[in-house]
Design a protein around this ligand. Sequence first.
Ligand code: DX5
Ligand code: ZN
Length: 216
Amino acid sequence: MKIAPSILSADYVNLQKDIEVVDAAGAEFLHIDVMDGSFVPAISYGPGWVKAIRPITKMTLDVHLMVENPERYVETFVAAGADIVGVHVEATQHIHRALQLIKNAGAKAEVVINPGTPVEAIKPVLYMVDQVLVMTVNPGFGGQKFLPETLKKITQLDQLKQTEGYDFDIEVDGGVKDNTIKDCAAAGATVAVAGSYVFDAADPAAMVQTLKDATK
Ligand code: DX5
Ligand code: ZN
């Protein structure tokens, strides 16, 4: 299981320090949550942050766009240094086009589904994605409780990988802790985002290690 600490819960004034700590602890991805105040109530940060972070780490920059009509912005985020760009199927009339734009710009393309969205809604694009993000809370805020019903969708996606020969990573995001990560791994998840569990702790590096150990 790859670990993707989310900077949403990091210390923005000392962001470089927080990023260096999880990088040194062996986190493979850095998860960057972009919120537009429309698709989700909160406003977070934009491509300027990705551009500023890019030179200070070699971690995979995993950008989660919680933005209406994300196809307007995907190329800007790739140019800023995103390695993976995730777009919500609920946020656009043109999910196929949004994913195509990401791939054409040279990044990995990820489709994201909310807890209330079935796997069926993304079946037509599964052949073209590098990663599927199954939201395990409703998007918009850190520190929410994991929704166990979402595990069924992880299992369903894992089965589709086997029956259809797809080769995408399955990422989970929301309420990931040392106990919930085990259930996600057992269901077939391969990447786990963790925000508050890592950065609200006194020792974020130890939390990254605990998450890694939990799925060994
Ligand atoms: C929620 C974001 C998450 C958030 C997770 O909308 O997509 O990435 O940072 O936070 P925790 O791990 O605290 O649930
Ligand atoms: Zn996220």
